[in-house]
Design a protein around this ligand. Structure first.
Ligand code: UFG
Length: 310
């Protein structure tokens, strides 16, 4: 029987791509999501997962649930986790736990906790709790994955990122400018200490990131205790380099204007991903061109994301 994996937030951008990779690797994902940032489909299945089922020809177990709903969560834990003795966890952490980088590229030994935003702090706190848990109870194993900046979409163009409202992140915004949904990109500052003055990040193809979770699940089988890995490519690109890469992929001009810096942003952030290669046998395979081509295919095929109305 296929091994079950519980995926929280599995209807979202990273979640849906990970569910697809899990299915293709022979796992049986059980997904919960509260639709905070996901679109409902016609039936009981989120639209993203309906498409994942269509793409893979396999079925996904889904339950609508808010992870803050204590009673429901307790029920789920009793039903699935404690009852089945689950003590293996993959946690979606973030490069923001490093705060303002003291050196680059960032390796896993870089100090954490000096976070520049509350989101990063919450990831840091949860990392610490999981570390303590694994320390106190040796039966637990956890892999903490520190994501850098996931972009792109599945090569089919059927699933991708569909932020609700005005996109906060660079590439969803850029692709909405390319498709004509927004007028121009606001570049948040061009006076950083980087080559062209704009912020530099480690963009990683979301399919590579999703595959990192499969590698993490394999690691858990080794009774690995608590392990931490960066998931990035090791290469940083500036905002303007990303704009040019998307212009090339889409064949569209992407107008932009430079505005003030955004609070909480750091100048540059990119990974040393060598530990994941050494210990997980995982490395990012898809480069910048593929990330932008796949993002553009998704955007073009789904001009208004998963919703049907324009
Ligand atoms: N940027 C713009 N204009 C925009 C949006 C972003 O110029 O409209 C710039 C930012 O200033 C930054 C770069 O583009 O230099 C990337 O910004 P994103 O918002 O796309 O990504 P961040 O690196 O700020 O944050 C992302 C995720 C976080 C995650 C972090 C991990 O949003 O959730 O990567 O490092 F924690």
């Amino acid at each position: 029987m296929a091994e079950k994996v519980l995926v929280t937030g599995g209807a979202g951008y990273i979640g849906s791509h990970t569910v697809l990779e899990l299915l293709e690797a022979g796992y049986s994902p059980v997904v919960i999501d509260n639709f905070h940032n996901a679109i409902r489909g016609g039936g009981s299945m989120p639209e993203s997962l309906r498409r994942v089922q269509e793409l893979t020809g396999r079925s996904v177990e889904f339950e609508e649930m808010d992870i803050l709903d204590q009673a429901a969560l307790q029920c789920l834990f009793k039903k699935i986790m404690k009852a089945h003795g689950v003590k293996n966890l993959v946690f979606s952490s973030s490069a923001t736990v490093y705060g303002n980088p003291q050196y680059l590229p960032l390796d896993e030994a870089h100090p954490t906790g000096g976070c520049t935003n509350p989101y990063g702090k919450s990831k840091f706190f949860i990392e610490e709790m999981i570390r303590d848990l694994c320390q106190a109870d040796k039966a637990w194993n956890a892999v903490l994955l520190r994501y850098f900046n996931p972009i792109g979409a599945h090569a089919s163009g059927c699933i991708g990122e569909d932020p609700q409202g005005i996109p906060n992140n660079l590439m969803p915004y850029v692709s909405q400018v390319a498709i004509g949904r927004r007028e121009a990109l606001n570049v948040f500052g061009n006076d950083y200490d980087t080559e062209d003055g704009t912020g530099v990040r480690d963009y990683i193809h979301v399919v590579d990131l999703a595959k990192g979770h499969i590698a993490a699940l394999r690691k858990l089988k080794e009774q690995c205790g608590c392990r931490i890995y960066n998931l990035g490519t090791g290469t940083g690109y500036s905002v303007l380099q990303m704009v040019r890469a998307m212009e090339k992929a889409s064949g569209k001009k992407i107008p932009y204007k430079v505005v003030a810096r955004r609070e909480g942003d750091v100048a540059a952030c990119y990974a040393n991903p060598s530990l994941a290669l050494k210990e997980l046998g995982w490395t990012a395979a898809l480069g910048l061109d593929r990330m932008c081509e796949d993002l553009w295919r998704w955007q073009k095929q789904n001009p208004s994301g998963f919703s049907t109305q324009a």
